[in-house]
Write a protein that binds this ligand. Structure first.
Ligand SMILES: [Zn+2]
Ligand SMILES: [Zn+2]
Ligand SMILES: [Zn+2]
Length: 57
């Protein structure tokens, strides 16, 4: 069994379902987000670019 040694974290945006590796997460205010849009709180109501995500502020 190969061990995948990557820590995964869910995006802190409430509506976002993305889970990203900690190393790739966008950190803002001590929280981890999947992308800049989520980290900024979707100021332009732009959606997450990830399929399946309904978050857009
Ligand atoms: Zn997302
Ligand atoms: Zn997100
Ligand atoms: Zn979001």
């Amino acid at each position: 069994m190969a061990s995948v040694d990557v820590e995964m974290v869910k995006c802190a945006c409430p509506d976002c379902v993305c889970v990203i590796p900690v190393a790739k997460a966008v950190e803002r205010d001590g929280k981890a987000f999947c992308c800049d849009e989520c980290a900024s709180g979707h100021p332009d109501h732009a959606g997450c670019e990830h399929a399946g995500c309904t978050c857009h502020g």
